[in-house]
Each structure stands twice: as structure tokens, then as C-alpha cells.
Design a protein around this ligand. Structure first.
Ligand code: PGA
Length: 256
């Protein structure tokens, strides 16, 4: 059965002192919680500059993710960080295809496919983000957009590689806006995504794929979202920067 997950995407926030403090706070609070680590996982994605230091103090109950990775293995790519570099400092996961990368850094499907393939080859688990912008939602095109984003990247993978990926549905209009998709809106898309996976790779693979929701998810709205059948957890931005809120989200996720 698929794993439930709460993942924190810190984005470009915190300096090293603040980041270490936050990681330390979350680490000590998580030690108090009892849950089955085979069924439920916690991940944080701090900025690149913090990864090595945080890896030294992070609770073993928390997985470490980067927020991006280079599309190339090594060499003359000034400013880039390779999968091997990330692995060497303790990174296990990588967020790919986040809407902010798609929007501000023009990342499209072919680049993302290269990044997903390289990550899997080097044993990093991709957390692959998809989601429509407001105009697409208003035009009723959200199903179409999400289907295209999945088909152009994840459905290009062989089944055994696809099975290593975590999916995050993040409606762009809900990211950092305080506006969340309603539990019904989110469930509708999540079950649509699972159905696409059934059609492509079969029922077992679909049942084993973790699909997270992201977009202004916080303790006050997480119950409604996490109790939905096809919402397996959250990719949390703003609320992951407050240790108490992040821990509260973990508590809510472990309830269902
Ligand atoms: P948010 O961000 O929780 O601040 O809306 C979510 C994300 O972008 O992953």
C-alpha cells in the first residue's frame, strides 16, 4: 500500500542559522510522535546551502530533499548542482517541476524528463509537481493540463521507474495565495490522476503511487484534505517554515 507523506518545501527562505534551528525544532518535536514509518514518511526540502549542515542534525525519521537538480551529470554548467553532489551530502529526494521553476525558470517537459531520469538513475526519489494555473481552471482545462504534464514526463518512464516517483498536485492558483482547493476539488483531480495511472500502468501501480496535495495547506484545512481517499499527504510551503504548524500537519496526516 502506498505511503502517506508530509513534505515541507522551504523554497528560498531562512539563512543557515534559521534553517538549522527549524530543522532542529522539527527533529526534536518529531521524536515525540509515534507512527509506523513504513506507512508514513516526513520529508523536508531546505535550500541547497543548508543541506549538508542539516543532514548532520536531522532526525532519522525525516528524509532530506533538494528543491531542484541539474539536468546534466557534471561538467561546465556554472551555478548548477548535480544529483551526485546532492547525494554526497545526504539528499534522498528531489522536488521537480514545481510551478515556480516552470514559471520563473522556464522549465518544460523535456528538461523535466531529463531531470527525472537522472534523479532515478542516481537513486534520488523525484517529487514531481503538476497543476494548472487559474485561467486554465476557469476555462475548465485543469484535467487536460494535468494529463499533459503527466504524459509528457512520467508516462515516458518505464513502469519500474514510474513506481519510484511521488506525485504532487499543486493548483498554481492555490500556492502561497491562502486560497486552497476544496477537499472535493482536490479529490476530484487526485482520483483522475490515479485513473490515468490505472490506464497506463495498471491497478497495482496506481494503488501504490503516493499523490500529495500542495497549495496553502495548513493545520486549519488539512483535515478536510487528508481525509480524502486519494490525497496521500501534502507538499507544504509556508506552513513548513513554522515547526509547530508542520508538526501539526504531521499529526493530522497520521490520524487518517
Ligand atoms: P504553499 O506552497 O503551501 O506556501 O502554498 C506549496 C508549494 O508550493 O509547494
Amino acid at each position: 500500500m502506498r505511503k502517506k507523506i508530509v513534505a515541507g518545501n522551504w523554497k528560498m527562505n531562512t539563512n543557515i542559522q534559521e534553517g538549522l534551528q527549524l530543522a532542529d525544532d522539527v527533529s526534536s518535536m518529531i521524536e515525540e510522535l509515534n507512527y509506523d514509518e513504513n506507512k508514513f514518511g516526513v520529508i523536508i526540502a531546505p535550500p541547497y546551502t543548508h543541506l549538508y549542515a542539516i543532514a548532520q542534525i536531522l532526525s532519522p525519521k525525516i528524509g532530506l530533499s533538494s528543491q531542484n537538480i541539474a539536468a546534466y551529470e557534471n561538467g561546465a554548467y556554472t551555478g548548477e548542482i548535480s544529483t551526485e553532489m546532492a547525494k554526497s551530502v545526504g539528499v534522498q529526494y528531489v522536488i521537480l517541476g514545481h510551478s515556480e521553476r516552470r514559471k520563473y525558470f522556464a522549465e518544460g517537459s523535456s528538461e523535466l524528463l531529463a531531470k527525472v531520469k537522472l534523479s532515478i538513475k542516481d537513486n534520488l526519489t523525484p517529487i514531481f509537481c503538476i497543476g494548472e494555473v487559474l485561467e486554465e481552471r476557469n476555462a475548465g482545462k485543469h484535467f487536460e493540463v494535468v494529463e499533459r504534464q503527466i504524459k509528457e514526463v512520467l508516462f515516458e518512464l518505464p513502469k519500474n521507474d514510474f513506481e519510484k516517483v511521488i506525485i504532487a498536485y499543486e493548483p498554481v492558483w492555490a500556492i502561497g495565495t491562502g486560497e486552497t482547493a476544496s477537499p472535493e476539488q482536490a479529490q476530484e483531480i487526485h482520483s483522475f490522476i490515479r485513473k490515468l495511472i490505472v490506464d497506463k500502468f495498471g491497478n497495482e501501480t496506481a494503488e501504490n503511487t503516493t499523490i500529495l496535495y500542495g497549495g496553502s495547506c495548513k493545520p486549519s484545512n488539512a483535515d478536510g484534505l487528508f481525509s480524502q481517499a486519494d490525497i496521500d499527504g501534502g507538499l507544504i510551503g509556508g506552513a513548513s517554515l513554522k515547526a509547530k504548524d508542520f508538526i501539526e500537519l504531521i499529526k493530522i496526516r497520521t490520524k487518517y
